[in-house]
Design a protein around this ligand. Structure first.
Ligand code: ZN
Ligand code: ZN
Length: 178
C-alpha cells in the first residue's frame, strides 16, 4: 500500500469514530461530514463498490476517506448484527414441549439472572437467561466486538455511534419480574 493510501485509511478510521460524522441512511446509502465543515458527502453502494460525491472520488477517482469511513461503519454494523441475540420466548418445555411449566426460582450468573423452570409433564428442569430475553443486543459482547475500533471510548460513545448506524442497544440489563 502506498503511504497516501494508508493515510486515507487512517483518516477514514478517525472519521468513522467521530460522533455525528458518518450517518447511515440505509444499507446502501450513507452521508459523511466534510472535514472542512462544509456540509456532507453522499456515499452510496454501487455494483463496483462504494462511490462518494467528494472531489477526491469524483475527479481523482481515489478511494477517499469518506469511503473508508463508511466501510468501517458498515463492517461494524454487520458485526453487531451478527452478534445480536434474538429474544427468547419461553412458553413450553424445552424437552417435551408441554405448556404445563412453572417457574422454579432464580439463579444468577455473570450475564444476569437465570429463570429456572420445571415441567410438570416430564418433570425436567431447565433455565432460561432472562438477561437475553428482552435485550436487543448484549453490551458486553458488542463492546468486545468493537474493542479494536473504540479502545478507550466510553460505552455511551460507542452506543451513540451505533445509533447513527441504525443499531440500538439497551444500556442496562433489564430487570425482570421473575
Ligand atoms: Zn469522498
Ligand atoms: Zn416437559
Amino acid at each position: 500500500m502506498s503511504k497516501q493510501l494508508i493515510d486515507r485509511q487512517e483518516q477514514g478510521k478517525i472519521i468513522a469514530k467521530m460522533n455525528d460524522s458518518v450517518k447511515r441512511i440505509s444499507d446502501t446509502a450513507y452521508t459523511v461530514s466534510s472535514q472542512s465543515g462544509n456540509g456532507s458527502y453522499h456515499v452510496n453502494a454501487t455494483d463496483i463498490g462504494w462511490s462518494c460525491s467528494c472531489p477526491d472520488h469524483v475527479y481523482r477517482g481515489v478511494k477517499c476517506i469518506h469511503v473508508y469511513a463508511v466501510e468501517i461503519s458498515f463492517a461494524l454494523r454487520k458485526e453487531v448484527e451478527i452478534r445480536k441475540i434474538e429474544p427468547v420466548q419461553i412458553n413450553c418445555c424445552i424437552f417435551c414441549k408441554s405448556t404445563y411449566i412453572v417457574k422454579d426460582g432464580l439463579r444468577h450468573n455473570k450475564y444476569g439472572k437465570l429463570q429456572k423452570y420445571n415441567c410438570r409433564d416430564c418433570n425436567h428442569y431447565f433455565t432460561i437467561n432472562l438477561g437475553f430475553e428482552r435485550m436487543r443486543a448484549i453490551p458486553q459482547i458488542i463492546t468486545s466486538a468493537l474493542q479494536p475500533y473504540f479502545t478507550g471510548e466510553s460505552f455511551r460513545n460507542v452506543q451513540k455511534f451505533l445509533k447513527l448506524q441504525g443499531v440500538s442497544i439497551n444500556h442496562n440489563i433489564p430487570s425482570t419480574d421473575g
